[in-house]
Design a protein around this ligand. Structure first.
Ligand code: HEC
Ligand code: HEC
Ligand code: HEC
Ligand code: HEC
Ligand code: HEC
Length: 448
């Protein structure tokens, strides 16, 4: 008998007894009968719910109260993207709480399907407009809260392997450490697809770029271009998951593509939810400046911002590879990559000497009117907008045209991936080093 029916049975029995007493109080009493023998005691009933005790497993000062205090320092909470992208069915799966839960619940595929009337491919990774809202909050990652009021309600919304949207679902990230809990993060922290927007809209063929580096990728005066490069031709931010997993780059030949130990042994949470240190750790989800995760679980013992082997040297090496790759991405002395020294808007300003932001140095009257300050040449924008003034359109035509080989396009993608991974090799040193080194070599030998 479950607790509820036991309770109901007892309650009914109690009412009957009470009713009997009441009734017997009203009718005329007959002669008292003889007391019968006491029956055996019934078995003890199961313990009932202790009022607020189950609530207290979570609603205690060191439970959700603490997590909520830490969460105030998390960009998931204070970032503005969830508000700005509200209503977007395609941005939603990674930016909006209800949309994230929707793609998890419905197992929404990240495939691309040809629309026969437009002849363009469309990404199937989107949600119903009724689910395109919600700030990222506790219930985004713990979607069972208050379903049973038990501790199990804190279970993560998903730990399932992630079919990558950038590969139209053809590749899957499955980070198995700690029960797959990194897959929760990677479901959102994965790059968006790079598409052939000027052609059939399908995902770019990274393998094709890597195996045929000298071929023309973009010729402003030619036909068959897959996309027209612009200031915003970029790999959308969530590159950490792909780099960490060692999947997602344009893999030119050269150094072997291997993963560092972190990929198999560590989970995102080990470093990003470690014991608090300053503004990082726990439910802030930041790793910045916090070495508690590195130095726990028997992984490392003396990792710090001054340890040469674990921090200073690998980070300096990756930074200098990013610098070298940026230097190799020039055409007739004009840089292809955009510089942006404003550290408030360029989250990766510290990761290269010239403070690249991963965008392209292509004319845009608002975002890139003059090119970098110390190198005042900017490429012509192949897609001038109707909203530009005539003077802006005329100026654009005076600028040099950009052309790209497959090697250059692939190197741009790899630069963006490794820059926007933030960690300068801490996530996956071996994979990052191979991507950058092989990109530099392919440009040097046969790319340009
Ligand atoms: C599995 C953990 C867990 C358990 C058990 C739990 N809660 Fe909660 N509760 C939460 C979380 C997480 C929040 C959201 C906190 C926040 O937003 O800061 C919350 C929020 C609340 C709120 C605020 C309203 C809201 O929805 O934001 C109330 C009221 C509440 N809980 C009542 C209860 C009661 C009563 C119980 C016990 C019967 C209980 N909770 C058990 C995790 C739990
Ligand atoms: C529902 C999607 C989603 C999930 C799940 C998610 N994130 Fe995020 N994360 C985001 C978005 C979106 C942002 C940027 C928010 C903004 O700027 O408004 C972000 C920001 C961050 C940042 C700050 C980055 C910066 O720019 O400084 C860190 C660190 C982070 N997430 C780590 C994690 C970790 C670790 C996990 C897993 C425990 C995780 N995230 C799970 C979507 C998600
Ligand atoms: C596949 C998941 C995914 C999709 C889809 C996605 N984003 Fe993001 N976006 C992220 C993640 C993850 C971050 C934060 C990454 C980080 O800081 O490392 C982010 C960051 C951003 C930021 C920067 C916020 C900041 O901190 O400065 C903006 C703006 C943004 N996204 C807009 C969009 C828009 C607009 C769309 C739809 C056209 C979109 N995103 C679709 C995953 C996604
Ligand atoms: C971006 C995803 C994410 C968000 C948002 C999030 N959590 Fe968590 N939370 C986690 C992960 C991951 C764990 C570790 C669980 C594990 O390893 O099984 C966790 C663990 C917890 C725990 C267990 C104790 C601990 O701190 O490890 C509590 C309590 C908790 N979360 C409460 C909250 C509350 C309250 C909020 C909102 C203020 C919240 N969480 C928001 C991902 C998230
Ligand atoms: C071995 C430790 C480690 C693991 C595991 C790890 N990270 Fe990081 N992560 C870092 C470090 C270190 C930084 C750079 C911090 C800095 O700038 O000083 C970082 C930076 C980031 C940032 C930028 C915001 C920040 O905290 O500075 C995001 C977003 C991020 N990682 C996401 C992830 C995701 C998603 C995973 C899992 C797929 C992951 N990380 C796994 C150590 C780790």
């Amino acid at each position: 008998m479950n607790r509820k029916s036991l309770f109901l049975t007892l309650l009914t029995a109690g009412m009957l007894i009470a009713g009997n007493l009441f009734i017997t109080g009203c009718v005329k009493e007959g002669p008292a009968g003889k007391d019968g023998l006491n029956g055996a005691d019934g078995a003890d009933g199961a313990d009932g719910l202790d009022g607020t005790a189950t609530c207290m497993t979570c609603h205690s000062p060191d439970g959700i109260e603490l997590a909520a205090t830490q969460y105030e320092l998390s960009k998931h909470m204070y970032g503005e993207a969830a508000f700005e992208e509200a209503g977007s069915t395609t941005c939603g799966p990674c930016h909006l709480s209800e949309a994230f839960k929707y793609v998890c619940l419905n197992n929404t595929p990240s495939t691309f399907t040809l629309n026969s009337s437009t002849n363009k491919y469309v990404n199937d990774y989107f949600v119903a407009p009724t689910a395109a809202y919600g700030e990222i909050t506790c219930g985004t990652c713990h979607s069972s809260i208050h379903t049973t009021y038990g501790e199990g309600d804190l279970a993560l919304t998903t730990v399932a392997p992630v079919d990558m949207t950038m590969w139209a679902g053809a590749k899957t990230i499955n980070l198995t450490a700690d029960g797959g809990r990194s897959n929760l993060c990677v479901k959102c922290h994965q790059p968006r697809p790079f598409t052939a927007s000027a052609a059939d809209g399908n995902v770019l063929d990274y393998v094709g770029l890597a195996t045929n580096p000298t071929a023309t990728f973009y010729n402003p005066d030619g036909t068959g271009n897959k996309l027209r490069p612009g200031y915003r031709t970029h790999t959308h931010y969530g590159t950490a998951g792909a780099v960490f997993a060692g999947i997602g780059g344009v893999e030119f030949g050269g150094l072997a593509y291997e993963n560092s130990a972190h990929t198999a042994l560590a989970s995102c949470q080990d470093c990003h939810m470690a014991t608090m240190q300053g503004k990082a750790g726990g439910h802030t989800f930041f790793a910045k400046g916090n070495f508690n995760g590195c130095n726990s679980d028997g992984c490392h013992t003396e990792a710090s911002a001054t340890s040469d082997g674990l921090w200073v040297n690998p980070r300096a090496e990756i930074k200098s590879l990013l610098d070298d790759l940026a230097a190799a991405l020039t055409i007739n002395g004009v840089e292809i990559l955009n510089r942006n020294p404003d550290a408030e808007h360029n989250l990766w300003a510290a990761n290269t000497t010239n403070k690249y932001d991963g965008y392209l140095n292509i004319y845009d009257p608002i975002n890139n009117p003059d090119g970098p300050t110390n190198n005042p040449t900017v490429f012509q924008n192949p897609s001038p907008s109707n909203s530009w003034s005539q003077a802006q359109k005329d100026y654009n035509l005076t600028l040099p045209k950009v052309t790209l080989t497959n090697a250059q396009m692939g190197a741009i993608i790899n630069f963006q991936l490794c820059l926007r991974d933030y960690s300068l090799g801490i996530h996956n040193y071996k994979y990052t080093k191979a991507l950058l080194t092989n990109s530099i070599n392919v440009l040097g030998s046969k790319g340009v």
